[in-house]
Write a protein that binds this ligand. Structure first.
Ligand code: ADP
Ligand code: MG
Length: 327
């Protein structure tokens, strides 16, 4: 199959009618109209097999996840997604792979009315790089550097499912051991969380003008809260017992292994944010409509770094710093 046929498969499945796309796939570059009164928010994330998804992942899930991880970054900025470009490197012109990939990508794109407006298709080892574009009202983007001493620290959804899902994939010995006696239904739920994360777009939009700082939890809770602490020049204290866990996570992971996965495992794609204490309850009320649970897990303190406290108030030893490339 030729390069242009592959591009046509992507175009035909991932095109969305949007009035702000003056010129989409097919010319040398796309021409796009940013609405008046808005700023453009742009991010890029690349997926590499065996690093960002298990080697035997379904192409449809790769397509979904390639977009989802980028939409999660837009959500963390409070942005509304609009467009994306896709740089796809493929070992061979495998039509079935591209059709499945496009199907997964298009499924998530349609949920957010996002248009694929361009990209590049090359041959080489499988690599998927997406750039996503979204809007925020001018000045309203959520950032990492606004947390204040005394703010509440809050997370969306549950923490640890992505890391447990990776253990389910069975491509790492230690992970397989952790989930050795996990029930089949719990495994499937956790694996689905790894393969098809749900970017928290509606929550990010609701946090505009309310959250003092925000980040998405992609590399591990402690590592990502550490970025907020550093950028804001504060410390963060987390109560381990408050970190929300899903019922699948509790069913699958032995009690003595849970906290390490929740603190340092990656791939959650939840939001972690800070909010002034006296605005927290009103914000929780406003978020109820999204249907996504939010949980207060700690507070912003004087100092630096992230401290995790166990139920009797003593500091927990955090195993390692979360996911980092080139270590
Ligand atoms: P050029 O040679 O001008 O770089 P290409 O042949 O690479 O153009 O691409 C032709 C058109 O198809 C362009 O509009 C480009 O944005 C689009 N395109 C190429 N690859 C992809 C892809 N993987 N996803 C979406 N659009 C793509
Ligand atoms: Mg090109």
């Amino acid at each position: 199959m030729a390069e242009f046929d592959l591009i046509e498969v992507l175009r035909s499945r991932c095109v969305q009618a949007r009035a702000d796309v003056t010129l989409g796939i097919g010319d040398d570059a796309a021409v796009l109209a940013v609405p008046a009164g808005c700023e453009l928010v742009v991010c890029t994330d690349t997926l590499v097999p065996g690093v960002h998804f298990p080697l035997r992942t379904d192409a449809a899930d790769i397509g979904w996840k390639a977009l989802a991880v980028n939409l999660s970054d837009l959500a963390a900025m409070g942005a509304t997604p609009a467009w994306a470009t896709l740089a796809l490197t493929l070992p061979d012109a495998d039509r079935e792979f591209v059709e499945r990939f496009a199907g997964g990508f298009a499924e998530l794109a349609a949920q957010h009315e996002l248009a694929l407006v361009g990209g590049d298709t090359t041959s080489g080892p499988l690599t998927v790089s997406v750039t996503a574009f979204g809007f925020v009202p001018t000045g309203a983007a959520l950032r990492r550097d606004g947390a204040h001493i005394g703010d509440a620290v809050v997370v969306t959804g549950t923490i640890g499912d992505g890391a447990a899902g990776l253990c389910c994939a069975g491509e790492e010995e230690e992970g397989s051991a952790i989930l050795a006696s996990a029930p089949e239904a719990a495994r499937a739920t956790l694996r689905a969380h790894l393969d098809r994360p749900q970017p928290r777009i509606a929550i990010g939009e609701s946090l505009r003008g309310r959250a003092s700082a925000c980040i998405d939890v992609s590399d591990g809770l402690v590592a990502d809260l550490g970025h907020v602490a550093r950028a804001s020049g504060v410390g963060i204290e987390v109560e381990s017992a408050r970190i929300p866990a899903s019922s699948a996570f509790v069913a699958a992971v032995a009690p003595d292994r849970r906290l390490a996965l929740q603190l340092t495992g990656g791939d959650d794609y939840e939001l972690a944010f800070t909010v002034a204490e006296d605005e927290a309850e009103a914000l929780f009320g406003a978020l109820r409509d999204t249907g996504v649970p939010v949980t207060r897990i700690g507070r912003v303190i004087r100092g630096s770094g992230v401290r995790v406290l166990d139920p009797d108030g003593s500091a927990v030893d955090v195993p390692r710093g979360g996911w980092e490339h080139f270590r």
